[in-house]
Design a protein around this ligand. Structure first.
Ligand code: BGC
Length: 587
């Protein structure tokens, strides 16, 4: 067990590795990653130096939204394994000293969930329909949706059912929103939290945590539909859909469940709310932690990243918790690609994600050397900070976004619903199955020679019950060969080796102190227009840790001290552009 994980509040300073299960490792050759595949790579995860793994949904699902459309919250999708496989995976993780976090999706179920099927079969106004948000439509025959809200994936947020009523789905049509005013919903999620906790799960990631409480009754739906920005929470707590004050009652209820366990379970909120509201979700009376997406939204620009750091630390202070640092996840374009684009201030990744420049796959210009150099500097900038670091599978290999996936192979509902000049390919480009072995190289595919077929860089075994394995569920580009785990394993200069060294030093020098203090340094050499420099106490009483990132074109002189890690070589006596250096200096 890492020394961090011996503590009850291990999650306050953890490195958590996000697994997108369908794309991590396939153990049975059906082209889909699975639970046994994760178990088979536990040694890899331990050697990487992470404290925990977080699994995106692996529950039975129609895959209308990558598994975030859950049919049964207390089971494993048969294509991904069984509950026994899950238990074996947890046991393997624990035996390597790793914690396990699972994803809870409480805003909506799948339309195949038994509750929704019952609701469809029941009459308007019935108890079955009350678990969801059904309303009458407008117009003479109720043929117009109850209001003009849009789904986050495009099109109306209302879907009509056979008897004429409409149900609300803020995401895909196959993801009806639950009604959190209904006690059945509360009870069922409490059962789910206990179920996974009893199966050894150490924590939960809460999907769309800011969306559960909705107010659809204080004004007419039409009036509510005129809300200035339907997609963005307001800071006054008066938005009908997002970040309402009542949502916190739900998490206080959940906290009582977490505290039934020893050590108490923890949770982290995915809450896209104003930075000044984040701390409410992270309070110790509620979930414990909240994703700080400000870091992921920032461009490779010292002003934006420094603001993200300061806001993250402020939020942690207010919550009495620690913050989190995230650069990539299954929803955003990979940061090695984001940093490889021209860095234009104020274009957060939201804009980039929906931007034809990155996600239509044909017309963006990516400077990969620059993206790699910055991604190396970025992980060191991030990993030296106090709080928890979330690493998304494949970023440790330096993977880029696969932006040119063919349209007819896409799975993400964002791509299906987008039309016209601003059509987007959605989020599949960061969800392509991982390359494990360079020598299991596919041949150029007949349908597009940039992609492979016939093998999968070790993602799937070569055979499935005596026949060749199926193709990976999303095609892998041939350039993945340069990023295969075995190749990076043997290259001391690879991204993988840098992650291993950085995470190991973070653990021994910084996390082991349990201290979360940080001093931002601004000196004549480290001016805040082109550098981010900070210092922290270390396990060595006579030495301080200093991290310096130089973003500017002018080299920055190395201060006096010992360099323990640098993101780029050679260093000489100064720090070149797009480089982070970690040093130990005298106190
Ligand atoms: C998840 C997405 C998902 C959405 C709806 C998000 O926040 O991270 O992947 O599409 O919730 O469940």
């Amino acid at each position: 067990m890492t020394s961090n994980n011996t503590h009850k509040d291990w999650w306050k300073q953890a490195v958590v590795y996000q697994i997108y299960p369908r794309s991590f490792k396939d153990s049975d050759g059906d082209g889909l990653g699975d639970i046994a595949g994760i178990t088979s790579r536990m040694g890899y995860l331990r050697d990487l130096g992470v404290d925990a793994i977080w699994l995106s949904p692996f529950y039975p699902s129609e895959l209308a939204d990558g598994g975030y459309d859950v049919i049964d919250y207390r089971d494993v999708d048969p294509r991904l394994g069984t509950m026994d496989d899950f238990d074996a995976m947890v046991a393997a993780a624990h035996s390597q000293g790793l914690k396990v976090v699972v994803d809870i999706v409480p805003n909506h179920t799948s339309d195949r969930h038994p509750w929704f099927q019952e609701a469809l079969g029941a009459a308007p106004g019935s108890a079955q329909r009350e678990r969801y948000i059904f309303r009458e439509g407008r117009g003479c025959d109720g043929e117009i949706p109850p209001n003009d809200w849009l789904s986050m994936f495009g099109g109306s947020a209302w879907q009509r059912v056979d008897d004429g009523q409409w149900y609300l789905h803020l995401f895909a049509r196959q993801q009806p929103d639950l009604n959190w005013k209904n006690p059945d919903v509360h009870e069922d999620f409490i059962r789910t939290l206990r179920f996974w906790s009893d199966h050894g799960t150490d924590g939960f990631r809460v999907d769309v945590a800011h969306g559960l409480a909705k107010d659809l009754s204080s004004r007419s739906l039409e009036e509510l539909g005129r809300w200035p920005s339907q997609a963005q929470p307001t800071a006054d707590g008066d938005h009908p859909l997002w970040d309402r004050p009542e949502v916190h009652d739900i998490y206080r209820e959940w906290r009582r469940v977490f505290d039934e366990y020893d050590p108490p379970r923890f949770a982290i909120a995915e809450a896209w709310v104003a930075p000044e509201h984040q701390h409410l979700y992270a309070s110790e009376k509620e979930l414990g932690q909240v994703f700080n997406f400000e870091f992921a939204k920032a461009n490779w620009c010292p002003q934006e990243l420094r603001t993200a750091i300061v806001k993250g630390l402020d939020c942690a202070r207010e919550a009495g918790s620690t913050t989190t640092w995230v650069m990539s996840n299954h929803d955003v374009p990979r940061h090695a690609s984001r940093y490889a684009l021209p860095q234009v201030r104020t274009r957060g990744y939201h804009q980039i994600a929906n931007d034809w420049l990155l996600r239509n796959g044909e017309s963006y210009i990516e400077d990969r050397d620059r993206g790699t150099r910055r991604a190396r500097a970025a992980i060191m900038l991030e990993a030296g900070l106090p709080g928890s670091v979330y690493v998304y599978q494949g970023e440790e290999l330096g993977l880029f976004e696969v932006a040119d996936l063919p349209w007819d192979r896409l799975e993400d509902p964002q791509s299906r619903n987008s039309r016209g000049p601003f059509c987007v390919k959605g989020r599949d480009g960061c969800r392509v199955p991982l390359p494990w072995r360079a020598d299991d190289e596919p041949r150029p595919a007949a349908w597009n020679p940039k992609f492979g077929e016939g093998a999968s860089f070790g993602f799937s075994p070569q055979e499935r019950a005596g026949s060749p394995a199926c193709e990976p569920h999303l095609p892998q580009p041939l350039w993945f060969r340069h990023f295969a785990v075995d190749r990076e394993d043997n290259d001391p200069t690879s991204m993988l080796q840098l992650y291993r060294k950085a995470l190991s030093l973070r653990q021994t020098l910084l996390t082991a102190t349990r201290d979360t203090g940080l001093t931002l340094l601004t000196t004549e050499s480290f001016d805040d227009r082109s550098t981010i420099a900070y210092s922290r106490m270390t396990t060595r009483k006579d030495r301080r840790f200093v991290s310096i990132t130089n973003f500017g074109s002018e080299p920055v002189p190395l201060p006096h001290g010992t360099v323990v890690l640098a993101s780029a070589d050679p260093l000489g006596d100064s720090i070149p552009q797009d480089t982070t250096v970690w040093m130990l200096t005298d106190v």
